[in-house]
Design a protein around this ligand. Structure first.
Ligand code: MN3
Length: 383
């Protein structure tokens, strides 16, 4: 029986993770959940699953949460400090980090430093602090289990294999909603169009990232840190059906792939139950119905973000940090109708080239770069 905390329990990954945990009652004891602003759903989840700790990050909703739940049966935490405290709670054996964006990095590091294994959905943690996280994993003898479907696939393909015998990793991506759209029409892409992902149902931030294909770029960096593979051995193949979740090619040309229906429940459950594949209903893939699998090359001209991500990990240091933070801020602005679609890649490129490069980064540098990027954006967009 594992004690588990789910950070970001009201989001797309969090709600699915709660179902997974609830279906495996003999495996898990849920001890904590957290949400950013959605106190209503958080309260419902608390009543249904009875965790000891309930955390609302937005301090404004603390009172409302307490009004619904009371303080007799739950320990209520709030604010950024409450979240950070929960991420260090070593009554838990595993923490699922399903937080969105850069804000998820510190909780990941806290958990590792507290000796807690992490099931990581927050890829931004590794994009910004990959090197620091790897060092802390070693120092604290802690494991990191990927939740991202591509990385779960690679992880499964690498089981029992020797890293030195790998030719390359082949990350698959659906290509998003604009795979076949003319580049000249990109300028007028609306939020509604960008939020319509063909295969996966996900949160807003990652859905926009999938449409710009920044998501795939971030995943290249994530794979690099997770599996210790040089970036020139990580390639991207567009696979519109999202049935193959990624592949590994070995020295002899043999390729292993992991397949399944595009549901996050499978990689979530595997990250939590590793190394066991436990029953999960409704997830059977009917290959006869799928019939055809297609593959094509990614278009790096249309999807500049992929190229920016490769450049970033190549340059290292502050580049991936700036890449990630500026993307976070720009996606939020796009979702709030503050900027146009093409402002996302164009501004990331601009800021990457303008910032003062830091070669070896520590956590203070990352915090400094966060502030610097926020200020840059405020000035650029006048808000
Ligand atoms: Mn993914």
């Amino acid at each position: 029986m594992k004690n588990i905390i789910i950070l970001g329990s009201t989001g797309s990954i969090g709600t699915q993770a709660l179902e997974v945990v609830n279906n495996l009652k003999e495996e898990f004891n849920l001890i904590g959940i957290s949400a950013n602003t959605n106190f209503n759903l958080l309260a419902q989840q608390a009543k249904k699953y009875n965790p000891k700790y309930v955390c609302i990050s937005d301090e404004n909703h603390r009172k409302s949460l307490i009004e619904i739940l009371g303080t007799n049966n739950y320990q209520i935490l709030s604010g950024r400090s409450g979240l950070l405290e929960l991420s260090k709670n070593n009554e838990s054996d595993i923490i699922l980090n399903a937080l969105v964006g850069s804000e998820g990095m510190e909780p990941t590091i806290n958990a590792i430093k507290s000796g807690i294994n992490v099931a990581l959905s927050n890829k931004e943690s590794l994009v910004m602090a990959g090197e620091i996280i790897k060092q802390e994993l070693k120092n604290n003898n802690v494991s990191l289990y990927p939740v991202d479907s591509e990385h779960s696939a690679i992880w499964q393909c690498l089981k029992g294999e020797n890293l030195s015998q790998i030719n390359k990793i082949i990350l698959t991506g659906s290509g998003g909603p604009f795979r076949t759209k003319d580049i000249n029409e990109f300028e007028n892409i609306t939020k509604g169009e960008a939020l319509k992902h063909p295969n996966w149902s996900m949160g807003n931030k990652i859905t926009i990232d999938s449409s710009t294909m920044m998501n795939k770029g971030l995943e290249v960096i994530e794979a690099h840190w997770l599996f210790n593979i040089p970036v020139d051995k990580i390639s991207i193949v567009i696979h519109p059906e999202s049935i193959i979740h990624s592949m590994v090619e070995f020295a002899d040309g043999s390729i292993k792939a992991q397949l399944g229906i595009p549901s996050m429940k499978i990689p979530i459950q595997y990250a939590l139950t590793y190394p066991k594949h436990l029953p999960l209903s409704g997830m059977t893939l009917d290959l006869v119905k799928v019939k055809t699998l297609n593959f094509e090359e990614p278009n790096l001209v249309k999807f500049k973000c992929i190229d920016l991500a490769y450049q970033s990990i190549d340059k290292g240091g502050s580049w991936p940090v700036i890449l990630n933070i500026s993307n976070d801020i720009l996606v939020r602005k796009f979702l709030n109708n503050k900027i146009n679609y093409l402002d996302i890649p164009n501004t990331i490129e601009e800021i990457l080239n303008k910032h003062e490069f830091i070669n070896q980064i520590n956590l203070d540098d990352i915090n400094y770069l966060m502030d610097w990027t926020k200020k840059y954006m405020e000035q650029k967009f006048n808000d």
